[in-house]
Ligand binder design. Structure first.
Ligand code: NAP
Length: 332
């Protein structure tokens, strides 16, 4: 496209939408006009973008008219309604919600892993779940080196993954412990202050949570490995930003630690911590763009098995940055 595009951010006033605005500006993504959409509560709020003030407008179907691209940072219900409507108007939509991710005709993309899944003229592209995004580039390295045999993931997920109300709830809940004015939790099923909750999203009949099934099903789709043996336990921890994952990976063939580190280091978007005593932590990783990989060590309890620790900013690489990277690929 020679002319710069009109870009819409739907859900612009939320955790992910706010970060999208920042990242579009930081990366100088080509943009002739930025439109910001949200609920009636936010209409009229002003955001700065490249020195100009942009006023938040109401999310309606008409608000997409004439735009070329839309980044959606809305709930699954809102995306289900407005993404097809915008696509009908010719707008190419990149959606952060879970609604379209597993649809057979919708590419689910982490650019470092499966950029080729996007074809020209595509109108709906899904951004994966934050926990999946930071996992699959690392899994791809092991798949390329020695074939994946089995993957076991346990997550330690920040509250920002549940949106702005959840961030407020961690503050309030923590403060209320000291003032002895504890309230019923709203954003989480239990009190989040000084607690870890082994439930993210709803619990399904199988006993797994929806978040766990997102990691399992989305990883298989992105990697193109429909039968990949992978299981997950997802846990919400009282941390504001960045998700951490303890991952056990078993490969089909033998590989050395040096081979793994060499390929991880060559992979765009990954930062490796080769020394055993130097490792990424959620506080330090917040605000960065990379997927941080540390504590890589041989699991002596099984053949060809490895343990590692993966940390990434769930709002940046886990959501807004990944969406903007997809957008930039489309604009190119
Ligand atoms: N947070 C993460 O790390 C993360 C990661 C991956 C994917 N996601 C997904 O990204 C989406 C957004 O998440 P978030 O964390 O940014 O949520 P959030 O902070 O709660 O923001 C929600 C956004 O949706 C808008 N909205 C709510 N109700 C609306 C309505 N009736 N009409 C129009 N706009 C409405 C809000 O506008 P108002 O401010 O006006 O209410 C706000 O801009 C979700 O689908 C989430 O699952 C989030």
């Amino acid at each position: 496209m020679s002319e710069q595009p009109i870009i819409v951010v739907a859900g612009a006033t939320g955790v992910v939408g706010n970060e999208m605005i920042r990242i579009l500006e930081e990366r100088k993504t080509p943009c002739k006009e930025l439109r910001l959409l949200a609920s009636e509560n936010s209409v009229g709020e002003l955001y700065s973008f490249h020195g100009q003030e942009v006023e938040v407008r109401l999310l309606t179907e008409e608000a997409f008219a004439g735009a070329q691209y839309a980044l959606f940072a809305t709930s699954a219900d809102l995306s289900a309604k407005y993404v097809p409507a915008a696509a009908e108007l010719g707008v190419c939509c990149i959606d952060n919600s879970s609604h379209f991710r597993m649809a057979a005709n919708v590419p689910l993309v982490v650019p470092e892993v499966n950029a080729s899944a996007i074809s020209i003229g595509e109108k709906i592209i899904a951004n994966p779940n934050c926990s999946t995004i930071q996992l699959v580039p690392v899994l791809k390295v092991f798949e390329e080196l020695a074939g994946l045999e089995r993957v076991v993931v346990s997550t330690y997920q920040a509250v920002s993954g549940a949106g702005k109300a959840a961030l407020d709830e961690l503050w309030e809940s923590t403060r209320s412990v000291f003032t002895q004015q504890e309230k019923e939790p709203e954003a989480f099923p239990h009190t989040i202050a000084f607690n870890c909750i082994p439930q993210i999203d709803v619990v399904l009949d199988s006993g797994y949570t929806k978040e766990e099934m997102k990691i399992i099903n989305e990883s298989r789709k992105i990697l193109g490995l429909a039968n990949l043996k992978i299981t997950a336990t997802t846990v919400r921890v009282p941390v504001f930003h960045s998700h951490a994952e303890s991952v056990n990976i078993q490969t089909q063939r033998s590989i050395s630690r040096e081979q793994i580190i060499e390929l991880l280091e060559k992979t765009p978007g990954i930062r490796v911590y080769p020394n055993y005593s130097d490792y990424p932590m959620q506080r330090d990783v917040a605000g960065t763009d990379e997927i941080h990989v540390g504590r890589l060590r041989k699991d002596e309890s099984a053949e060809n098995a490895w343990n590692l620790w993966i940390v990434a900013d769930n709002v940046r690489k886990g959501a807004a940055l990944n969406a903007v990277q997809i957008l930039e690929q489309l604009i190119r």
